[in-house]
Design a protein around this ligand. Structure first.
Ligand SMILES: Nc1nc2c(c(=O)[nH]1)N[C@H]1C(S)=C(S)[C@@H](COP(=O)(O)OP(=O)(O)OC[C@H]3O[C@@H](n4cnc5c(=O)[nH]c(N)nc54)[C@H](O)[C@@H]3O)O[C@H]1N2
Ligand SMILES: Nc1nc2c(c(=O)[nH]1)N[C@H]1C(S)=C(S)[C@@H](COP(=O)(O)OP(=O)(O)OC[C@H]3O[C@@H](n4cnc5c(=O)[nH]c(N)nc54)[C@H](O)[C@@H]3O)O[C@H]1N2
Ligand code: SF4
Ligand SMILES: [Mo]
Length: 726
């Protein structure tokens, strides 16, 4: 039975006008999307607090969000465009017109000499939806290449493909409000205590409020998220399909499968049920190492203590079998009827603040704005008409994805790279290979708020971007909630919003007439009109309407009573051609790399609570550097003993690609046979500190998402560990 969640629409009276007024925004770190109030002093944001009226966080913030003000104006803010023709030489300050003319000339030259696909735009979930849309319009519409991808490729590309395959569209069906209605939480390959702290607090509060609520966690590591787990399953890394199949099989035996729902609203159950028998708990144990009794306990709980909400993140996505992993957890939700009703659903957590906006506005190399696909001739034609370009302008070839970008640079097929809001020389796997590939490009332009970063330092042209609080725009969080970020302070120096930089480059390329925007609102209006009639329809959602509510709106948002849609598919009609959700029969595949005598350990990588990615922002806040001041490698005591390592000793981690060095943290939080390193401390900390020197770029064939959660490594004591100051 489905009923809409009660979501009272609190009205907010805008208090815009004086410079020192509190204005509404959204935290620019994680995909939780907490609402903030911030105000400026002397033109720059000076104070930040949680927005008590925002439904996501109700006034609360984690430390990263609360400590945003100090990261906005720092000594290393990039103030002016910087250019150099020779990448071994120094940068020179140039004017904006000179910078964009030079860049446009490089783009033109590459396209004239090598064709349209010699250019690529690599963006980020830090960008607002308006930036994404404009990037796509320029690349896909006018530069005639679908070579536009984003760092979301490293993040939730696997979830995008799986939602499309299983539900017919890239549509997370749930809401955070389902947390307050769920009885059983199944958290797989995610560490929300560190990575989605406000959601974690909501789950914790829910557990405290209702004695029947239970939490099942699936993670090889014992993270702090495990503190709220009633059952913690610790599979061997990369064996989630076997584990989830096994959970489904045992759920079936425990009577937890909803046969009426399956018959009426799904297809593919027969094929799936035929493979499930292989994954009886005792047999799955051989693959996963999870004791059969634990799987049985978890399955019985899942079967009997509904509604069940499943939440997952990178432990499933960042895998050479990432799409299968996602399909496996969606299979489980569908088979048990845990979808489209309060407290239930397969809910993929997004990482970055606007990863979802990129999915919606066509930020991925296979996508076009409004959940359209490059491969669909009708979708291409719709945009060609909307953009006023000749039929056939949009290429029918999918663009390069992040890892393919590296391969194309190596092969000399890609000549000009435009990077915005991401730091690939720290965040892509096999960093040395990426560095060598980037060195082959004819021209690299990087748009960032800070300089130097690992990537700006390798550019020809560095363009100063306004960042959070200095520009407006919209972002979408994990639960499809679109919120407006007001401009609070002014950008320093000559920094410009990303969309304005894109507009100026488009102008210099001669497309001025089609990029004639004065404000981000005009871009939003153009984009939202293109969503009319689509599953994510926001055609009636204006900036004015977003300003009137403290809540934003969950798409689709069609105006009037359909302002906001907390839950999708409530009539159990899915977005597939026949309206039925699709099961997928899956068997456990191997990881791209295998453990062997030379490389006997699995390297897992991930995050800590108080750092954000490559530390360009959080690394500058003394309070945030306190909890984890430096890189580390978690090693199980057994593995430490085997190579005579004591806690704190420097250890070298060697893979087939490269090696990094970190102080060892000897702990049974990692299972024997696995080591874990956070990837925050990149080459700017120490030349050899990033696990991405060793991480694997093998990727899932369907989502092209790299296997950042598994690399075969060995460890040995290192003489010293380089230390750096933050
Ligand atoms: N503090 C902080 N928060 C962040 C971020 C940040 O940088 N810092 N980044 C944001 C972004 S962009 C993202 S994508 C999210 C990521 O959020 P999460 O995915 O929750 O975080 P990770 O630490 O990358 O990985 C989650 C867990 O996956 C586990 N894991 C590894 N291999 C496997 C496996 O084979 N199977 C299973 N089941 N689990 C496995 C790891 O042990 C780890 O605990 O966080 C967001 N929030
Ligand atoms: N080994 C390993 N590697 C990983 C992962 C992992 O789990 N393990 N996770 C992957 C995932 S999920 C992700 S999302 C990526 C993240 O990787 P990156 O995207 O490379 O990480 P960030 O540090 O967030 O980089 C954002 C950059 O944008 C800049 N910036 C901030 N705001 C703005 C703005 O408004 N405009 C512009 N132009 N620039 C801005 C910042 O200063 C910073 O340089 O890392 C991936 N890499
Ligand atoms: S939970 Fe995420 S969105 Fe909320 S304050 Fe913390 S980092 Fe920001
Ligand atoms: Mo991410």
């Amino acid at each position: 039975m489905s009923r809409p969640l009660p979501l009272p629409l609190r009205r907010w009276r805008p208090r815009i006008g004086r410079g020192d007024e509190w204005k509404r925004s959204i935290c620019p770190y994680c995909g939780t999307g907490c609402g903030l109030l911030a105000r400026a002093k002397d033109g720059a944001v000076a104070e930040v607090k949680g927005d008590p009226d925002h439904p996501v966080n109700q006034g609360k913030l984690c430390a990263k969000g609360a400590l945003l003000a100090p990261v906005v104006r720092t000594d290393d803010r990039l103030l002016f465009p910087l250019l150099r023709e020779d990448r071994s030489g120094p940068f020179m300050r140039v004017s904006w017109p000179a910078a964009v003319q030079r860049f446009a000339a490089a783009i033109r030259k590459a396209q004239v000499e090598h064709g349209p696909h010699a250019v690529m735009l690599y963006g980020s979930g830090q960008l607002v939806t308006e930036d994404y849309y404009l990037f796509g319009k320029l690349a896909k519409g006018y530069l005639r290449t679908n070579n536009q991808d984003t760092n979301s490729r490293l993040c939730m590309a696997s979830a995008v493909v799986a939602y499309n395959l299983a539900l017919g569209s890239d549509s997370p069906p749930c809401s955070y409000a389902d947390i307050e209605a769920a009885k059983t939480f199944l958290i797989v390959g995610a560490n929300p205590e560190a990575c989605h702290p406000i959601l974690f607090n909501r789950i914790k509060a829910r557990r405290r409020a209702d004695k029947d609520v239970r939490v099942i966690l699936v993670d090889p590591r014992r993270t702090r998220t495990a503190e709220i787990a009633d059952i913690h399953l610790r599979p061997r890394p990369g064996t989630d399909v076997a584990l989830l199949n096994s959970l489904l099989y045992e759920t079936l035996l425990a009577g937890g499968v909803d046969h009426d729902f399956i018959a009426a609203h799904t297809s593919g159950w027969e094929e799936l049920s035929r493979v499930l028998g292989e994954y009886q708990a005792e047999r799955a144990y051989e693959i996963t190492g999870v004791p059969a009794q634990d799987t049985l306990d978890a399955a019985r709980l899942y079967a009997r203590n509904g509604p069940a909400l499943s939440l997952w993140a990178m432990g499933l996505n960042q895998s050479a079998n990432g799409v299968d992993n996602n399909l496996a957890i969606i299979n489980l939700a569908l088979a048990s009827g845990n979808i489209s009703k309060p407290g239930a659903g397969p809910f993929s957590l997004t990482g970055q603040p606007n990863a979802m906006g990129g999915r919606e506005a066509g930020g991925l190399a296979t996508a076009l704005p409004g959940h359209r696909q490059v491969a669909d001739p009708e979708h291409r034609a719709e945009l060609e008409r909307a953009w006023g370009i000749e039929p056939g302008s949009i290429s029918d070839q999918p663009g390069l994805t992040a890892i393919e970008m590296v391969e194309a640079l190596e092969a000399g097929r890609l000549k000009v790279l435009w990077v915005a809001g991401t730091n690939p020389l720290a965040s892509l796997p096999n960093t040395e290979r990426v560095r060598r590939a980037l060195a082959k490009a004819d021209f690299v332009a990087v748009q960032d708020a800070y300089h130097p970063t690992e990537t700006t330092a390798a550019a020809h042209l560095v363009l100063p971007a306004a960042q959070w609080s200095e520009r407006g725009g919209t972002m979408t969080n994990s639960e499809r909630r679109i919120c407006l970020l007001e401009r609070i302070g002014a950008p320093p120096g000559e920094a410009l919003p990303d969309w304005e930089i894109i507009r100026r480059v488009a102008l210099a390329l001669g497309y001025g007439r089609h990029f004639d925007y004065q404000t981000e609102e005009e871009i939003f209006d153009e984009y939202r009109a293109l969503t009319r009639g689509r599953d994510l329809d926001i055609s009636e959602l204006s900036y004015d309407r977003l300003r009137q509510s403290s809540e934003g709106a969950q798409w689709p948002s069609r105006g009037g009573a359909a302002d906001s849609t907390p839950r999708l598919f409530t009539d159990n009609r899915f977005a597939t051609p026949d309206g039925r959700a699709r099961f997928h029969a899956l068997s456990q595949q191997r990881t791209a790399e295998q453990l062997d005598e030379a490389y006997p350990l699995a390297l897992l990588t991930g995050r800590v609570k108080d750092q954000w990615h490559t530390r360009t922002r959080t690394g500058k806040v003394a309070k945030l550097n306190k909890s984890e001041p430096k890189p580390f490698l978690e090693v199980h005591p057994q593995d430490a003993r085997a190579c005579a390592l004591a806690d704190g000793d420097a250890v070298r981690v060697i893979s087939r690609r490269g090696a990094f060095v970190a102080p060892a943290r000897v702990t049974d939080a990692v299972p024997p046979g696995s080591v874990f390193a956070p990837f925050h401390w990149g080459p700017s900390w120490a030349a050899d500190s990033t696990p991405n020197l060793a991480a694997s770029e093998a990727f899932d064939p369907r989502s092209k998402e790299p296997e950042l959660k598994f690399a075969a490594v060995r460890i040995e004591p290192a003489a010293t560990v380089a230390n750096s100051t933050p």
